[in-house]
Design a protein around this ligand. Structure first.
Ligand SMILES: C[S@@+](CC[C@H](N)C(=O)[O-])C[C@H]1O[C@@H](n2cnc3c(N)ncnc32)[C@H](O)[C@@H]1O
Ligand code: SF4
Ligand code: SF4
Length: 307
């Protein structure tokens, strides 16, 4: 495979993130994206997100390998920006890890990575999705999904990030995608900025509860398609969610790698960046990991989507 930077100076080593073990990590392989989703945490001001790719492929591969060995990283989630913008790099980098996965907006086609989880983001039925992700995006993603080779061994899941604004569409979304060639539909909830008051964020977790209950009802109605665990959803309810966030957040055991100015990896406060409101965190993965912790099992970053 041709990767850029192969004739450049030898790749530099990554920064020192200490000696802690991180069985799971995520990496934003690019800060570039072809969409401008209204809810996206990546492009918030407080995050490393300058849109020029300053870390070439050879350096990124080298640094990911060094970090893997330093921190014992087994699971790596490939993100961005849109990771498929650098698809050749991503496919090469996935082979460095025991349990690689990718989350993509699906507009560049669905990557074929046998045995790996490929999460494709859609944020509701056509109208609600396109209000967030852009006109015509739902149809493009549907075409990519329907055009994929279902027998290629990739585990393809749809993921809807539920906001206050698109929440009326969750039942219609499941209805619309029920016959698509995918392995499941996952839900996660909006992670707001500190102090955010907007149409996307619930002001209180009590207001979010009725939507969490509707996801539970969807799980009951579509037990095989909807990849949510009811015990996890219970932990997201307002009477319990406060016990699993902030310092107790299980996702703090994950190393988030963003590319900062000058093309140097930066570790952000959490996977959702620096400016986040833990008290209203809706990340399904946080509560699913908490549920696994209660049960004495250890989830990787892909586990949340596999229930
Ligand atoms: C940041 S995107 C990067 C990968 C790819 N561009 C995509 O859209 O799937 C990763 C996931 O985060 C979700 N997301 C973005 N902003 C969010 C937020 N504020 N709260 C919760 N999820 C969010 C997206 O919907 C997507 O499923
Ligand atoms: S496609 Fe992904 S990275 Fe791009 S703006 Fe949307 S959520 Fe953010
Ligand atoms: S915002 Fe959510 S994922 Fe990030 S540290 Fe807080 S509780 Fe954890």
């Amino acid at each position: 495979m041709a990767i850029d930077g192969s004739r450049a100076a030898p790749p530099t080593d990554p920064p020192d993130f200490g000696t802690r073990e991180f069985p799971a990590a995520l990496v934003n392989v690019t800060n570039r994206c072809n969409l401008k989703c209204t809810h996206c945490f990546v492009y918030r001001d407080a995050n490393p997100n300058a849109s020029i790719d300053k870390m070439n492929d050879a350096t990124m591969l080298h640094q990911l390998e060094v970090l893997r060995d330093r921190h014992g990283i087994k699971s790596m989630l490939f993100m961005g920006g849109e990771p498929m913008v650098r698809h050749r790099l991503v496919l090469a980098a996935m082979s460095l890890f025991e349990d690689p996965s990718i989350v993509t907006n699906g507009t560049y086609g669905i990557p074929s990575v046998p045995g790996c989880l490929v999460t494709v983001s859609l944020d509701g039925p056509p109208e609600e999705n396109d209000a967030i992700r852009g006109q015509g995006v739902f149809d493009r993603v549907e075409q990519s999904i329907r055009g994929r080779d279902r027998g290629d061994g990739s585990i393809v899941m749809l993921q809807m990030a539920i906001t206050k604004e698109n929440s009326p569409g969750i039942e219609r979304f499941v209805d619309v995608v029920a016959d698509w060639p995918v392995d499941g539909v996952a839900f996660t909830f909006y992670v707001p900025r500190k102090g955010e008051r907007s149409d996307l964020a619930w002001d209180t977790n009590q207001e979010r509860d009725e939507v969490v209950e509707r996801v539970m009802a969807l799980k009951e109605a579509y037990p095989d398609l909807v990849r949510a665990n009811v015990a996890t959803l219970r932990l997201m309810k307002s009477d319990q969610c406060g016990d699993h966030i902030d310092d107790r957040c299980a996702l703090k055991a994950m190393l988030p790698l963003y590319v900062g100015d000058g093309g140097v990896f930066e570790r952000t406060f959490c996977c959702y960046g620096n400016d986040v409101d833990c008290n209203r965190c809706g990340a399904y993965a946080v509560f699913n990991a908490a549920r696994h912790r209660q049960q004495g099992s250890t989830p990787g970053p892909t586990t949340p989507l596999r229930d």
